[in-house]
Design a protein. Structure first.
Length: 547
């Protein structure tokens, strides 16, 4: 019998995300509330430009092959360079012109040439081979392949993939492309692609392609308004939450501007969670948008839970990393954690031998009303504080404060009647929560049936063990099995449990920034000094659905 021996390559160690799988329900929810917009679909005009360039190349006789891909990549680069040049000419408003255009970071050398009024060569960035001077994007189809193609498929704009080829749908994609074609100079754009060498004058002649010029292309503009606000060709009951979410943002922008504040993600989180504006007054919305706001509140409630659980895990690993010796088992680690400075510091304000149910009752004396979310003791502000402290350079010194705030967040969630609604009418498939065990449903179950008779000491131990290391092992092992990648932040070794790195507590990004940028792109939000408020067009779009 022949026996062969070989070295087994260790799995690739990566940073990974969501080490406790506690963010997954949040991502699931905001995906339903903003379908068709993702965290990487940053500009409205890419929804028309990509269908247009595919259509334009087909009109010019190209079939899907290497030549098509080369021309497409040049077009992607040219679009970005046009936007950069238009910004330099305007002198202000980078976000309006070139912000979040595809590949701009990797094309810094070409952008610098443009700024100095020098010509550029498209193939220097578009070329896929190793000889490329400043390859703008690794993906064969650039920003389309990396960011937009999946969304376009969902919206019925495009079919296909980078391997077999891409094609606009006749019902929608072709219509969008032809609409954009009426507002731009196709011949000059395609001529520029074939010439490769691009002068500054040529970029100026093609300024009609800048994202800021969308509003000057009437048919294209109308179709994109219809797309984002679910009208006409894009009428679809399943994507109606996108319209309602965008309308809620428009209402909030106006309500905040009246209080002298400009809309941002932090304010959005607080307002949707509490149903109140920063000054504590009710955030008044039309009845048709109340259900949507309630779903965003569920998302934010899960997000606040996520921050608290992540923070406890971070404090545990951070304190253990500094211990100086290894502990053999998870149970021993969690017992040791109870003796750590971080936990012992809690005893200065909280009896570690008191019951969790006593903490919940005591919350009546310190927990602000749900509407008072600007209060430092409110769970919204506690969550922001935890994230900030975890991200600070001296986070180790703040670990006792982080742990205390995390536990207060959990007590606050237990105390809110709104938490009892769980996920309300949001339905999750099959055994979803078996894969993602830390969620609002399990939080309610443990609050009612498991933790109430625990001492605070036992509660911290349970959270560190069951919702900390044990859940992390399950998540990391699943990643290792499915993708041969190691995301362990702590792992067993021959010498005991070994900390790989200490994760921070972080929020998810719920597509809000992309939504606001799109609303600016289509002209629904306009700047008023330092604030953004609803434009005349925005006022009309706010009422779509009432007619």
């Amino acid at each position: 019998m022949n026996i062969e021996t070989a070295w087994v390559k260790p799995p690739t160690q990566i940073g990974g995300l969501d080490h406790l799988a506690v963010q997954a329900p949040c991502i699931n929810i905001y995906g339903r509330l903003l379908p068709g917009i993702t965290n990487v679909t940053d500009r409205a005009r890419y929804y028309s430009f990509y269908p247009w360039i595919v259509w334009a190349l087909e009109q010019d006789g190209f079939k899907y092959n290497a030549d098509f891909i080369e021309q497409f990549r040049r077009a992607d680069c040219l679009f970005t360079l046009i936007a950069q040049r238009h910004y330099f000419v305007a002198g202000t408003g980078y976000d309006k012109h070139a912000g979040a255009t595809v590949g701009s970071g990797n094309m810094a050398e070409l952008v610098a040439l443009i700024k100095a009024d020098n010509p550029v060569k498209l193939s220097d960035a578009a070329h896929q081979g190793d000889g490329a001077k400043a390859r703008y994007f690794k993906n064969k189809l650039g920003g389309l392949g990396q960011y937009y193609l999946g969304v376009f498929s969902e919206l019925g704009i495009m079919d296909g993939n980078s391997s077999t080829g891409i094609k606009n749908t006749n019902q929608i994609g072709r219509v969008v492309a032809e609409a954009m074609d009426e507002g731009v100079d196709r011949d000059l754009f395609l001529k520029t692609l074939s010439e490769d060498d691009v002068s500054i004058d040529r970029l100026d002649q093609l300024s009609c392609f800048c994202p800021c010029q969308l509003n000057n292309s009437p048919k294209e503009h109308q179709l994109l308004k219809d797309l984002f606000f679910v009208r006409g060709l894009f009428s679809d009951t399943d994507t109606m939450p996108r319209r309602r979410s965008l309308q809620s943002i428009l209402y909030l922008a106006d309500d905040l501007s009246k209080q002298g504040q400009s809309i941002d993600l932090k304010l959005f989180r607080g307002c949707v969670y509490s149903g109140a504006l920063p000054d504590g007054t009710e955030w008044v919305l039309p009845e048709r948008l109340l259900h949507n706001r309630a779903r965003w509140a569920v998302y934010q409630r899960n997000e606040i839970l996520s921050i608290a659980v992540q923070a406890i895990f971070s404090v545990l690993l951070g304190s253990y990393e500094e211990l100086g010796y290894r502990i053999d088992s998870v149970e021993q680690l969690c017992q040791w954690f109870l003796t750590s400075t971080e936990v012992q510091t809690l005893s200065e304000t909280t009896s570690l031998d008191g019951l969790v149910s006593d903490l919940e009752q005591a919350a009546e004396s310190w927990l602000p009303p749900l509407s008072d979310w600007s209060n430092d003791l409110h769970e919204v502000q506690l969550a922001y504080s935890v994230e900030k402290l975890c991200d600070s350079k001296d986070s180790a010194a703040h670990r006792p404060k982080i742990l205390q705030s995390a536990l207060k967040i959990l007590i606050a969630l237990m105390s809110r009647p709104e938490t009892k609604g769980g996920y309300e009418d949001l339905v999750f498939q099959g055994q979803y929560f078996n894969v993602y065990p830390i969620n609002l449903k399990s939080f309610l179950q443990h609050s009612d049936q498991t933790w109430s008779d625990f001492t605070v000491r036992d509660w911290i131990c349970w959270l560190s063990n069951q919702w900390g290391v044990q859940t992390h092992f399950m998540v990391a092992l699943r990643k290792l099995r499915g993708q041969s990648q190691s995301t362990f932040r702590i792992r067993p070794s021959d010498s005991g449990l070994e900390v790989i790195s200490v994760p921070q507590a972080v929020f998810t990004m719920p597509r809000f920034n992309q939504s606001v940028r799109i609303l600016k792109d289509i002209g629904a939000l306009e700047q008023d000094g330092e604030m953004w408020k609803t434009s005349e067009l925005g006022l009309q779009l706010k009422e779509v659905g009432d007619e």
